[in-house]
Design a protein around this ligand. Structure first.
Ligand code: PEP
Length: 255
């Protein structure tokens, strides 16, 4: 159909879920479907202990593996943490930074998210920078200012060529894990705002801006068809091989 402006990117975020069995099933199902998915980029982000299982299982496929977090320092006395160079050497290609769960449950602020983003780029990982407003902020009409503040922290921290290498994920907090997705009409203006803010400082035409928040096979196409929605960051629906595949297929059918 070829209605998309950029090559779509679908990232499954397993959060603190999954198993080696799910990893094997995901690798088998995605591997088998690969010929029909050649027009899309797919990433699976399991918990850190399953990264090597997924790397091994997906070795024969173009599906990449991502991490869900990294520490901003490359090495040191940070018990329990994992640095971007360690993730890179484990075989990861992407790392999610600033997920709303990390911002709200682990007190990550914009400056720390920007430092993690810079660390990822330095190590050759693609950072997937999450931004998004809470329901209260949306109801108070603060969506635009919240998004601007979050993306500006990244813009201020990175040099222009590095900015063009990031992936952004707009994830309205009220849509994450609730079963209630933002509508395409709610999401597109925020994606447009992100792209135009990035365009003030770099060439944002190639930057992929993903939507995240209760994306499923049944609502993926209506979101992905919007001009500034270039893929999805998928939580719950990425925990079953068939539903993740359904979203990847919906994207491939638009290419
Ligand atoms: C997420 O965790 O990034 C996410 C979008 O979750 P869900 O798809 O379950 O809403």
């Amino acid at each position: 159909m070829n209605v998309l402006q950029r090559r779509p990117l679908l990232i499954g975020n397993w959060k603190m879920n999954g198993s080696a069995e799910l990893g094997a099933e995901m690798a088998a199902v995605l591997g088998e479907a690969m010929p029909e998915l050649s027009a899309v980029d797919i990433v699976v982000s399991p918990p850190a202990t399953l990264i090597s299982v997924l790397i091994e299982g997906l070795r024969q496929t173009p599906v990449a593996v991502g991490a869900q977090n990294c520490h901003p320092e490359p090495a040191g006395a940070f018990t329990g943490e994992i640095s971007a160079p360690l993730l890179k050497s484990a075989g990861c290609s992407y790392v999610i930074v600033g997920h709303s769960e990390r911002r709200s449950l682990f007190a990550e602020d914009d400056a720390l998210v920007a430092d993690k983003c810079a660390a990822a780029l330095t190590s050759g990982l693609v950072p997937v920078v999450c931004v998004g407003e809470t329901l209260t902020q949306r109801k108070k009409g603060e969506t635009e200012s919240v998004i601007r503040q979050q993306i500006d922290a990244i813009i201020e921290r990175l040099e222009r060529p590095d900015l063009e290498r990031i992936v952004v994920a707009y994830e309205p907090v009220w849509a994450i894990g609730t079963g209630v997705s933002a509508s395409a009409e709610q999401a597109q203006p925020v994606h447009g705002l992100l792209r135009s803010r990035l365009a003030d400082v770099c060439d944002s035409s190639g930057i992929r801006i993903l939507y995240g928040g209760s994306m499923k096979p049944g609502n993926a196409a209506e979101l992905l068809v919007m001009p500034d929605i270039d893929g999805g960051l998928i939580g719950g629906a990425a925990l079953a091989a068939e539903s993740f595949l359904g979203i990847c297929r919906a994207a491939a059918e638009l290419c």
